[in-house]
Design a protein around this ligand. Structure first.
Ligand code: MG
Length: 182
């Protein structure tokens, strides 16, 4: 499978609050791997709000949750202060390392696991490389992207063009709104 094909998410939603979790449960999904930066909170927010905590605590009733972040220990630990979920820092997405670690923390199979994130080049590509489904969401605050992410976004743009050309139907269904939303 070509790289651009591995960057196509299984669905797109405007935020983590818009994802049809009930449907995911019905489809047999048991574990949710969440990216942190610009997926749950913006890079310039330090800590989850009560709204985030309530959503994630509610999801814990139906799913096993792991936060997989490429950022450092201090930031992830602080962000999740008031939430009792396992997390992985320096996950090195799109490498498999962090996904493998997360998989050992849950008791679902790869088919029963989904990654949720805001970046094609880390979350979606990484999920595909590892063999799990993915949901792309609109970045909480694109302007807060860090240098490395700004670089990833440049590659993402090229990949998006390729997907649009090679897989127009999938682009239309899962990526067009994502592009329009930013
Ligand atoms: Mg992110």
């Amino acid at each position: 499978m070509a790289i651009y094909q591995k960057c196509i998410p299984h669905a797109y939603h405007a935020s983590i609050f818009e994802i049809p979790y009930k449907k995911l449960k019905e489809q047999g999904i048991k574990s949710l791997f969440f990216d942190l930066d610009n997926t749950i909170i913006a890079y310039d927010d330090e800590i989850l709000t009560q709204k985030h905590i309530d959503l994630l605590n509610d999801l814990k009733k139906d799913f096993q949750i792991v936060v997989i972040s490429n950022t450092n220990y201090k930031r992830v630990k602080k962000a999740l202060t008031h939430l009792d979920v396992p997390y992985i820092w320096y996950a090195k997405k799109p490498l498999k390392f962090g996904f493998k670690k997360a998989m050992r923390m849950v008791d679902s199979t790869k088919d029963e696991t989904i990654v949720i994130g805001d970046q094609l080049m880390t979350d979606i590509f990484g999920g595909s490389r590892f063999g799990i489904k993915s949901i792309l969401i609109r970045s909480v605050k694109r302007k807060s992207d860090r240098k490395i992410t700004q670089f990833n976004r440049k590659i993402e743009k090229i990949i998006l063009k390729k997907i649009k050309k090679k897989c127009p139907a999938l682009y239309e269904e899962r990526l067009k709104t994502y592009v329009e939303d930013h």
